[in-house]
Design a protein around this ligand. Structure first.
Ligand SMILES: Cc1cc2nc3c(=O)[nH]c(=O)nc-3n(C[C@H](O)[C@H](O)[C@H](O)COP(=O)(O)OP(=O)(O)OC[C@H]3O[C@@H](n4cnc5c(N)ncnc54)[C@H](O)[C@@H]3O)c2cc1C
Length: 560
């Protein structure tokens, strides 16, 4: 098979058309009239974590209440991230822009308020000082954002799986990827490039055993992290991962909906257990909800359950009609098939598969500064792939802010830098190699092995010896990547995803070895260093490519 090559030129290139990528394109176009191109491997109207809808937007509204201010939001941010993020970056790119984002979503026609009262419906969860979550009608947030993107004249190429950044040897000057339907290879030259590729999922086994049944979008594979790393950018705290609580055997978002509406968690004795772990009980930060549930199970009081039986009629209606079906289209079908009636029955829960960051309070990802710039020139990043990120609110506010900054920077650059044809040819050969292979194994075989290694050695309780064995096994898998074979372009995309996942898995294990402490519950639990050690580890593990090696350095927390 001979693939076509196509060269494109733009001012600002955005990789990933999820929530952050779409709003970044909108921000860029509103700031300067320049060419903006979005490359998305799926289809921007339903792609990414928000593809099926979102229902909670973290926002303070400055209503005059002490908890509802920029300062209170900044304090909350700092508390849940244990001071590991640079609050100056969060303030400039996210917190100061939240109100504008709420107004913008309303101006796009998204129903942010209760139509009966005209007020915002606000709920409190995850350790918030007040009801920071606006419950809104977000089922169609992606088609609406996509429409706004197109309305502003942004060029969008769907079905392009971006595989690598293009550099001039130092700065980023564009990117390369292929069309997952036609196979055409695209080389895009840009003045500035913005990564918005979301989080890294499919790295650990989910309890249903189905690789694509995950809490967050299974199609996000840490591609942006991997591309940024290969281009020389810094990644922070990759070892600090996240989990949530999900229905037993069914990975689905929805924890926020349950706790926001006032559900309880019960152990097998029927006792509410969260008060033991945090004074806010079920309203505790997410990592404590998973840790509490983990401890109950470990100490013989499992399995654990979510209990909604006491909820008032209106709360139950809101939960089952407006929240859970947005979190997962099939949530209510799942309950029906299990014969579960949330009004009468408790529902068994478990700890979800692990994933790499991307939610409120997560502290890992591509490092960005107050302008959203990575540590590589002309490369910007926003959304779940960066630190800070902070769920949808962060993806939208930071995405919008960074879109503006990247556009301003592009408008000050006369031409995109030069690249070498050799670099392009090398990527071309490497991308299509799996397709041209006659013999080999499927990506599923490799991915299953990767998840097995991550689960066994880089899983919930890590030890030095286990991590070393894990790294050795990941190395063995890496040496066999030339045995992976694809039969079509769709599988070829999965092969490139697998390779990025393998790199991310390795980076997580390397950083986890260096963080000789435990922090944020199951997010980073070292069996051999069970305590949090602020004296030595209150800060970030920074990973960076250093020639052919991977360097890990510790950077103390930035302070207030
Ligand atoms: C079911 C569900 C419900 C949620 N509900 C809430 C909520 O109520 N409130 C909240 O705050 N958060 C919620 N979240 C999280 C929230 O949706 C994410 O934090 C947010 O969407 C992240 O935005 P993003 O743009 O960074 O990533 P995404 O929206 O996931 O977008 C990433 C995009 O990059 C594309 N991409 C990835 N790799 C490549 C590549 N190599 N080439 C080209 N394109 C690529 C993907 O296809 C995707 O479109 C929810 C998540 C899920 C899954």
């Amino acid at each position: 098979m001979k693939q076509k090559k196509e060269l494109l030129q733009t001012d600002l290139l955005i990789i990933g058309g999820g929530a952050a990528g779409c709003i970044a394109a909108i921000g860029a176009k509103e700031e300067v009239n320049l060419d903006v191109l979005v490359l998305e491997k799926a289809e921007i109207s339903r792609s990414g974590d928000a593809g099926g809808g979102n229902d909670h937007l973290l926002a303070h509204l400055n209503t005059g209440e002490a908890w509802d201010t920029d300062q209170a939001m900044a304090e909350y941010y700092t508390r849940v991230s244990q001071g590991l993020i640079d609050i100056r970056v969060a303030n400039r790119l996210h917190i100061s822009r939240i109100r504008e984002i709420v107004d913008k979503l309303e101006s796009f026609g998204i129903e942010m308020r209760d139509p009966k009262t005209g007020q915002y419906i606000r709920t409190k969860s995850f350790g918030q000082p007040g009801p920071f979550f606006i419950n809104y009608k977000g089922k169609r947030i992606k088609p609406i954002l996509a429409k706004e993107v197109k309305k502003r004249g942004v060029k969008v190429l769907n079905r392009i799986n971006v595989t690598n950044l293009l550099t001039d040897g130092k700065d980023v000057v564009g990117a390369m990827g292929f069309n997952v339907r036609s196979g055409t290879f695209h080389i895009v030259k840009s003045k500035t490039t913005l990564l918005a590729t979301g989080d890294a999922i499919r790295l650990w086994p989910s309890s249903s055993g189905l690789a694509f049944n995950t809490w967050m979008s299974p199609y996000n594979n840490g591609a942006g992290h991997a591309m940024a790393f290969r281009a020389g950018a810094e990644l922070a705290n990759m070892e600090i991962t996240v989990n949530t609580l999900v229905p037993k055997g069914f990975s689905a978002a929805g924890l926020n909906a349950f706790v926001g509406m006032g559900a309880y968690f019960l152990n097998s004795r029927g006792e509410r257990y969260m008060q033991k772990y945090h004074p806010m009980g079920e309203g505790a930060p997410r990592y404590l909800l998973t840790l509490g549930t983990y401890r109950e199970t470990l100490e013989g009081r499992g399995p654990c359950y979510v209990d909604c039986r006491h909820l008032p009629k209106e709360a139950m209606h809101h939960l089952t009609t407006h929240l859970l079906p947005v979190d997962k289209d099939t949530f209510i079908t799942f309950c029906k098939q299990k014969g579960l009636n949330l009004k009468k029955d408790v529902m068994e829960i478990e700890i979800s598969e692990t994933q790499s960051a991307g939610i409120a309070g997560s502290v890992s990802g591509i490092v960005i500064d107050e302008e959203g710039k990575t540590t590589v020139d002309r490369l910007y990043a926003a959304g779940a792939c960066t630190v800070p990120s902070f769920g949808l609110s962060g993806a939208l506010a930071i995405g919008y802010s960074v879109g503006i900054e990247a556009a301003k920077a592009a408008s000050n650059i006369r031409a995109s830098g030069s690249h070498s044809d050799e670099e392009v040819e090398k990527e071309f050969q490497s991308v299509y190699a799996a397709l041209n292979r006659k013999e080999g194994f499927s990506y599923q075989r490799f991915e299953n092995k990767l998840r097995q290694i991550m689960g066994e050695y880089v899983g919930d309780i890590k030890t030095e010896k286990g991590l070393e064995i894990g790294l050795q096994k990941l190395g063995e898998l890496e040496r066999r990547v030339d045995d992976v074979k694809a039969d079509n372009y769709h599988e070829l995309m999965r092969v490139t995803e697998f390779k990025d996942l393998l790199l991310i898995g390795k980076l997580i294990a390397i950083a986890a070895l260096e963080r000789k402490e435990s922090r944020m519950g199951l997010s980073h639990m070292r069996g051999d260093y069970p305590n949090q050690d602020d004296a030595h580890f209150h800060g970030s593990m920074i990973l960076k490519k250093n020639g052919g090696r991977i360097s890990v350095t510790f950077r103390p927390a930035p302070g207030p």
